[in-house]
Write a new protein. Structure first.
Length: 416
């Protein structure tokens, strides 16, 4: 049986009968249907450091258990993020560098320049903005009729937040999620794309932000991403390297958009899948702060991150060779039965709720994690202050990707 064969009309192969050496967990169609969880369950049990010799992305290693992921993610001296962070290689001639795909010291300098935009000291200012906008969005929703939660809530709130972090022209904010989707819609994450179109659109993105950069560079420093980068001595020369500027724009746009957007959708889907937890939440709103990291664990907005072995190393009893591609499957680590009790269940009062790998570990740990949690907390406070129940009335339509665990449509109805 071929674990990589297209799904047959009679249904997918049983993941427990496919020969181990034929399992390719990168198949994007399985992520779209949810079948990926069972393949990862088997790998965690039988072959947690798994070698796939043949895939559309070439050979690679899968790291599937929680503690192994932490070990790889924390060891940048052996497992490098240089150039590529997703399972597929960037296209030759179009590989925009970005600091998440760099090693120290270059990574450290560029990350440090952007971090003040989402630093803890900014959270109080951002909280008032998020609460006001969340309230306006929720008050505008239709009652007693079906609508797409992704478009009207998840996408709109995160777009507004992203526009704030960039101090982006408000009337053009719709461009930000468009550019984010173009950035991630490539063959490297399982979706065929017109590469010429992608490069043209991202070139338009670069041109727009280059104008903003020059404006901010001529003005006093502020706390938006563009101003911070334009004034920092380590990054202000980025305007003269269009590919590097584009790469970091792509990183900041996707990091601030896809992850929180899909956690907002995934959280509502989870509560509807586990109605007992929804009832528990409505009875005790003080559970929101522990529910938020549980949403991020259960949803796992980004399914994987990639590293490249800088030298030969024995890891998990396997011989990983210099140059090998090593994939940390966060989506699997967050369901590791040996570390997390009942990991497939959504439990809003779970002990140690932040014990997950969704944000990564080590030098590449998500720098905007507290802003993401803040948006989710405030949104759910405002939802519960307004609505008795937000009901999911159909199956979600998921993005076909092995990287972004996203939603295109989540049909819901608010009781009138």
């Amino acid at each position: 049986m071929d674990g990589n064969a297209p799904l047959a009309a009679s249904g997918p192969p049983d993941p427990w009968t496919v020969p181990l050496d034929r399992i390719d967990p990168s198949r994007a169609d399985r992520f779209q249907t949810g079948e990926h969880h069972e393949y990862f369950r088997r790998l965690r049990r039988e072959d947690p450091v798994h070698y796939c010799a043949e895939s559309p992305f070439g050979p690679y290693w899968s790291i599937t258990k929680f503690n192994d992921i932490v070990a790889v993610d924390s060891n940048h001296a052996v497992f490098s993020s240089n150039r590529d962070i997703v399972i597929g290689d960037q296209m030759a001639g179009f590989a925009p560098p970005m600091f998440i795909a760099m090693d120290p010291p270059r990574h450290d300098a560029q990350r440090k320049a952007a971090t003040p935009a989402v630093a803890p000291g900014r959270l109080a200012d951002l909280e008032a903005i998020i609460r006001e906008r969340a309230g306006l969005i929720l008050d505008s929703l239709p009652r007693g009729e079906t609508f797409n939660w992704v478009e009207l809530v998840s996408k709109e709130l995160t777009t507004q937040m992203l526009a704030t972090l960039f101090d982006f022209p408000w009337e053009d904010r719709h461009l930000l999620p468009y550019w984010s989707d173009i950035t991630t819609a490539t063959e490297t994450v399982g979706v065929a794309a017109d590469e010429a179109l992608r490069q043209r659109v991202l070139g338009e993105c670069l041109s727009y932000f280059s104008d903003l950069w020059r404006e901010r560079a001529a003005q006093p420093p502020r706390f938006d991403f563009i101003s911070l980068l334009a004034h920092n001595p380590e990054t202000r020369g980025m305007i003269d390297d269009p590919m590097e500027l584009m790469g970091n724009l792509m990183l900041l746009i996707v990091g601030g958009n896809d992850t929180t957007r899909n956690s907002i959708s995934g959280g509502l889907w989870a509560l509807n899948q586990f109605p007992g937890e929804y009832a528990k939440l409505k009875a005790d709103r003080s559970l929101i702060p522990t529910m938020v990291p549980e949403i991020i664990r259960w949803q796992t907005p980004l399914a994987h991150m990639r590293r490249n072995a800088l030298g030969d190393i024995e890891f998990g009893g396997k011989a990983i060779a210099k140059g090998d591609k090593v994939i940390m499957w966060y989506v699997s680590g967050n369901r590791d039965e040996t570390v997390i009790d009942d990991p497939d269940d959504f439990i809003i009062d779970r002990g140690r709720p932040r014990h997950h790998v969704s944000f990564g570990f080590g030098i590449h740990r998500c720098m905007g994690n507290r802003v993401a949690e803040l948006q989710l907390r405030i949104l759910w406070e405002e939802i519960l202050a307004r609505f008795d129940h937000v009901e999911v009335v159909g199956e979600p339509v998921r993005v076909m990707s092995n990287f972004v665990q996203g939603y295109e449509d989540l049909p819901v109805r608010i009781r009138a």
